[in-house]
Design a protein around this ligand. Structure first.
Ligand SMILES: [Zn+2]
Length: 344
């Protein structure tokens, strides 16, 4: 059997998402979000995802097994098997039958044996479709670089332009950026792949394709920026000089990440075979227990300000790879017959 399997996850932001750098002020914003160092596009680090998944899976396991014992002692999945597990007595149980400790791993503890890396690995969550305001209403912006993450090799997006299903002589603004509009004849191939990934019609009908070099600019200049003030708990009033601003991925941003599930049969814990999960599909299945919690409790900071909920709309094996030719390869094809109706 394969030593690992990949599973693709598609999530939609139900609230703005602020996964902060914890770093210093840059430009006009006090609290910035994490960006990819190469592309400068905001992302959610895989390490943040892994931590949140672990906590929520421990909560889910606790709800189904509230009276769990380990070595005759009460040892709940949550909070014990969640978190960093550094407390000597109440840390991770480290048992081969624990779905939390086997799937998410555990660190080497004080006076204990070696650590275990865990059977699930998480990639960063990348922006797949980004909602930008235009004078035709919102468009969900994407580019060849991110479509590659969902198996699409998109060609022919070379000009400084916005590529839509149908061309137009009128330019279109994406936020403040005004771009000429070009027709992209193979847009249907892209939108049908997005359909297979559970992306709803209302978004698929409004996809706008831009070249990679414009994507970061459009995302970064259309982030949500909010201003807040710290409240003094003694007075209940605003703290003097405590005004701060923070940025976030806007609501309805569509994100993509992968969970790589290792084969439990290839590992053991302290010389014992892993019994909590039997194969990579079972490892993926355990991670899925986190999704209802992700949808209600969210990820990242500013949760008290109504941020962070993510709805996972697709979790499955990756779709097959496809090459999408640009307009040159589609010569003679007129504008498609589909994609016209169904606009909300
Ligand atoms: Zn455990």
């Amino acid at each position: 059997m394969a030593s690992y399997e990949k599973f693709i996850q598609i999530g939609m932001a139900l609230d703005p998402i602020h996964v902060g750098t914890g770093g210093a002020r840059i430009g006009r914003v006090d609290l910035t979000i994490v960006r990819d160092p190469v592309t400068q596009v905001p992302k959610i680090p895989g390490s943040s995802l892994a931590g949140v998944y672990r906590t929520y899976v421990a909560m889910a396991e606790q709800e189904t097994n509230p009276n769990r014992q380990v070595n005759g002692q009460p040892k709940p999945y949550y909070p014990n098997c969640a978190g960093l597990g550094l407390e000597t007595n109440n840390g991770h149980c480290r048992k081969p039958d624990c779905p939390v400790c086997t799937v998410f791993g555990f660190a080497r503890g004080a006076g204990q044996g070696g650590g275990f890396a865990g059977l699930a690995a998480f990639t960063d969550a990348h922006v797949l479709l980004f909602p930008a305001p235009t004078r035709q209403g919102p468009k969900w912006v994407t580019c060849p670089m991110v479509l590659r993450l969902v198996g699409l090799d998109v060609k022919g997006v070379d000009d400084d332009a916005v590529y839509l299903q149908n061309g137009s002589n009128d330019p279109l603004n994406l936020g403040w950026l005004l771009l000429p509009v070009q027709a992209y004849a193979q847009m249907n191939t892209i939108t049908s792949q997005l359909q297979s990934l559970g992306i709803p019609d209302s978004i698929r009908d409004r996809v706008a394709l831009v070249p990679d070099r414009l994507f970061a600019h459009i995302v970064n200049s259309n982030l949500e920026v909010r201003t807040s003030v710290s409240i003094n708990p003694a007075t209940g009033a605003a703290e003097e000089g405590a005004l701060f601003s923070y940025e976030a991925l806007p609501r309805c941003t569509v994100l993509v990440w992968e969970i790589i599930a290792k084969n439990p049969a290839h590992f053991n814990i302290g010389g014992n075979p892993i019994t909590a999960v039997s194969d990579p599909k079972a490892v993926h299945q355990v991670t899925q227990e986190a999704h209802p919690y992700l949808e209600h409790l969210g990820i990242g900071g500013m949760g008290t300000r109504g941020m962070g909920r993510v709805q996972v709309i697709h979790a499955n094996q990756p779709p097959s790879n496809q090459t999408v030719q640009g307009n040159s390869a589609a010569s003679g094809q007129t504008t498609s017959s589909t994609g016209q109706g169904g606009q909300p």
